[in-house]
Design a protein around this ligand. Sequence first.
Ligand code: PMP
Length: 353
Amino acid sequence: MSRFFSNKFSGLAPYVPGEQPRGAEYIKLNTNESPFPPSPGAVAAGAKALERLMLYPDPECGALCAAAAETFGVRPEQVICTNGSDEVLSWAFAAFCDGDRPAVFPDVTYGFYPVFAREQGVPYREVPLKDDLTVDIDAFMEAKGTLVIANPNAPTGIALPRDVIEALLRADPARMVVVDEAYVDFGGESVVKLIERYDNLLVTQTFSKSRSMAGARLGLGFAAEPVIRDLNTLRFSVNPYNVNSVTLAAGIGALADPAYTAANCRTVIENRAFAAAELIKLGFELTDSRANFVFARYPGVDGETLYRELKAKGILVRHFARPERISDYLRITVGTRAQMEALLRALAEIINA
Ligand code: PMP
């Protein structure tokens, strides 16, 4: 820390993203990227946009908001486009949490939530998951503050049904509920349509997973118009050109090819079922993941050891040393069938050694 760093950030422990190795050839199953390239339409549109890079991008993201509204069956005024969904989530903490309304989220969830809260200087409360790693809905029903729920949750992959989210929305209309649907396309139930009926709902989605565009950094927020206006107040106060023009064009290209996205999601879901069944045969214990990853542990071998031995065999997965109750688990991104077969071979070798 330099002597110039503001006191307000002196205790800030930043989020640690998964490793992005350069050079070494790994089978990369650690950051929940898609194993497939973006749709050809997205690539072509992005390439074309390069020719106009002398101009700033549209600060309203008008064409992308319109395309997203069409895709999701909402109005363009109910959409905000951001630099990854991390950005809209970060703004949600800034916009909808304060001393009277702490952020409330599970103790085991997306590791960025507590970092967003600390960076924005807002209080937060973690609600422990139940012993079976499901979200303690009764505790959330009663919680005061702004609820932040990843659905499906990360890193467990466990999903909540739509009617449970609706019950949370109804329980206290004065309370904002942020639903992070980063992984919803792999078997979850989206609540985007509920923004029509509930003005206390903000839903976030991303192009990083099902649309194979993690490198483009594109996220969406869906909410009632006043909520989107609040987020735009922050956006125009921080970075009006938050989404670059190549990404805007590629995003529209991706939305124009829903069949490509759907086919890739189906393949990931099939590969997840294959990997899960084989892992169970090997003796692993898994959560019921509806995401593009599985969350697995092998009784008697600690997660850190499995992680290190897989890495030595050229396979990267994600291991979380904290919180301790998940430290025996590995979060393994679902890739191609060949990648899953390589993973299973390596794990069989490790546990049979
Ligand atoms: N939410 C969850 C639960 C995630 O796992 C991620 C990916 N790390 C994100 C949001 C953010 O994704 P992105 O910023 O790439 O849209």
